[in-house]
Design a protein around this ligand. Structure first.
Ligand code: ZN
Ligand code: ZN
Length: 410
């Protein structure tokens, strides 16, 4: 592919400088699979050039994941090795930051029993909760970037042969992440400023509720008390900006868990734990999912909602305009990291404490008191598209059209 080597290097640089914003004497953990090694090595090189104290590569392999699911005894999905939690926590405490290279197979677990996948998911989330706090509260900087796997590329471009599909997906990833632009780092500065502009507008207005209208969607969403709109780069406790998802196009906040009413129809499929859910939607009453449907993956969706009580309530509302580098690629990535950033979306499950004023210092009870949802899961699904309108209401009844035909109208 033309310019591939150069783009890969620019991608590595973007991940380390904008994603993690690695500083001298900091450590870096890179999590990836064997395909990610060439990219991981470039990232490692950039990290050491910037003064990293140590770079640790953590292998995650799809085949090994499958071996565990297929051959492990059932009890292993009910407990998680404590040393693994302890090791990660020790690294986070020791100023290591975490870069994930995602290279997913959207249907990896399609032949594995849903019950088992759900049980494993629950066990891992429960075990990881104390460590996740380091990332949620800004102690640990983290970023997720993605690269093609063959199954992923084939799921996006089923008509191409493997090599061509991978090449094409790389091209789309470089476009969606602005890596194909002359100076991606500069492009991200401009983009970040733009997201901050919308974020600041929404935070000044402190809207009371949003109304979403589109095909199959007519939903009233009150926002949590003291909700905070977030978007673009975050700031770590040490005062360094970092970008947790590359790409990111969203500004998002916390809905009131008990004040969501109406119907909501997803506009894109959702790939969850290696399974696809498609043609689905929900009815909400007083915040709770009281009815749902799915043309594909009904059982997977049902299991998701049964994870815990909070899984039936919303924890995030995110605004993304339809005209963005991601949706302009014109493809469905079959990967939430990209598809959620192509589209207005909601999440079922846990709200982000940092999407609440002073939220990182509040207890779970205090957060829930203000309307922020709690759950062990957080799963995004897409509702945006060219036919979505969003009206925002201020407390005094003033209304402002935020989105018209899928794009920002302010
Ligand atoms: Zn989001
Ligand atoms: Zn989310």
């Amino acid at each position: 592919m033309k310019n591939f080597e150069r783009n890969l290097e620019k991608y590595a640089e973007l991940a380390v400088k904008v994603g993690i914003n690695l500083k001298e004497k900091e450590g870096l953990i890179i999590t990836g699979n064997t395909d990610s090694l060439p990219l991981a090595r470039l990232i490692m090189k950039k990290a050491y050039e910037l003064g990293a104290k140590d770079v640790e590569f953590q292998l995650r392999d799809d085949e090994m994941t499958l071996i565990r699911f297929k051959h492990g005894k059932e009890y292993i999905f009910e407990e998680y090795p404590q040393w693994r939690i302890d090791a990660l926590e020790a690294m986070y405490k020791d100023n290591y930051h975490h870069l994930f290279i995602l290279s997913s197979d959207p249907e990896l677990l399609k032949d594995i029993d849903e019950e088992l996948v759900a049980k494993n998911q629950k066990t891992v989330s429960q075990a990881m909760a104390p460590v996740l706090k380091y990332r949620m509260t800004g102690i640990t900087k983290w970023t997720i970037i993605a690269m093609p796997s063959i199954p992923w590329a084939k799921s996006v471009f089923p008509d191409l042969d493997e090599e061509a599909a991978v090449e094409k997906l790389w091209e789309k990833i470089f476009a969606a992440t602005r890596v194909d632009q002359e100076d991606p780092i500069r492009a991200w500065e401009v983009h970040d400023k733009n997201l901050k502009k919308y974020k600041n507008f929404l935070n000044e207005k402190q809207f009371e509720k949003l109304i979403f209208k589109g095909p199959g969607t007519d939903l009233e969403v009150y926002l949590a008390e003291d909700h905070l709109w977030m978007g673009g780069s975050k700031e770590s406790q040490a005062g360094h900006s970092y970008v947790a998802n590359i790409p990111t196009e969203e500004v998002f906040t916390t809905p009131h868990r008990l004040k969501v009413n109406g119907t909501l129809k997803a506009t894109k499929p959702l790939s969850l734990n290696g399974k696809i859910i498609d043609g689905f939607g929900f009815t909400f009453k007083d915040g709770k999912v009281v009815d749902f449907y799915a043309e594909k993956g009904y059982e997977v969706l049902e299991k998701l909602l049964e994870n815990d009580e909070g899984a039936k309530y919303l924890g995030e509302v995110a605004l993304v305009q339809d005209d963005s580098p991601i949706s302009n690629t014109g493809i469905l990535f079959n990967e939430t990291l990209f598809d959620e950033n192509a589209s207005v979306h909601f999440a079922l499950g846990r709200a982000y404490a940092y999407a609440m004023r002073n939220g990182s210092n509040m207890t779970q009870e205090e957060l829930e008191e203000k309307g922020a949802n709690f759950s062990l899961i957080h799963v995004d699904f897409m509702v945006g598209g060219p036919n979505l309108d969003i009206i925002a209401y201020e407390k005094n009844g003033n209304k402002i059209q935020l989105f018209k035909n899928g794009n920002w109208a302010i």
